[in-house]
Design a protein around this ligand. Structure first.
Ligand SMILES: Nc1c(N[C@@H]2O[C@H](COP(=O)(O)O)[C@@H](O)[C@H]2O)[nH]c(=O)[nH]c1=O
Length: 163
């Protein structure tokens, strides 16, 4: 069954939201949520990016990131999916508890259940691109591959018997 999520406080899948309280270190600094990271990358290398990183809440980070008076980096449309992939992958690598929840979703489709976002979510019509849900699915596959690789090289460690 398709898994829907939206509010960060929903149990168990609210942790898939970029607003969930799961920070990580990336590019040499601390990001309180993946939303902070994503929004700040729109203005990478500027004072505004720094302001976003230090925002008190992910909602505030999103508001600052959507400030129409601040010019987006010129390549934003080209890089934004990759930025989201990096944010999501880093968050789930950093937190075993939410990684386990993601891995527990089997092969199910994951959908950001929002009527207002036709790109990252399913949107008003339900036919939105659901890019965030798709990125969660590809992150799930990537994490599985990484775990398989790690347990594989564990088995090859010298001194260990393979039976
Ligand atoms: N969850 C959630 C939102 N959705 C999030 O907004 C981000 C996309 O931002 P943008 O590209 O600036 O529109 C992305 O992380 C998407 O999941 N927006 C909200 O105002 N409140 C919320 O609770």
């Amino acid at each position: 069954m398709t898994i829907y999520f939206y509010g960060a406080d929903e149990v168990p899948y609210g942790c898939f939201s970029n607003f969930s309280d799961h920070g990580f270190g990336l590019d040499g600094v601390w990001w309180p949520t993946s939303e902070h990271y994503f929004q700040a990358q729109k203005f990478k290398g500027t004072r505004h990016a720094d302001l976003i990183r230090r925002a008190r809440t992910p909602l505030r980070a999103a508001e600052l990131g959507r400030d129409p008076s601040k010019p987006l980096r010129r390549d934003w449309e080209r890089v934004k999916d990759g930025v989201m992939r990096r944010a999501v992958a880093t968050k789930f690598r950093a937190h075993a508890d939410v990684r386990d929840i993601l891995l527990s979703t089997g092969e199910e489709e994951i959908v950001e259940d929002t009527t207002t976002d036709h790109y990252w979510g399913r949107g008003r019509t339900g036919n939105g691109k659901n890019m965030l849900g798709r990125i969660l699915v590809s992150t799930r596959n990537q994490l599985r591959a990484e775990l398989a690789e790690a347990s594989d090289s564990d088995g090859r460690r010298p001194g260990r018997r393979s039976s």
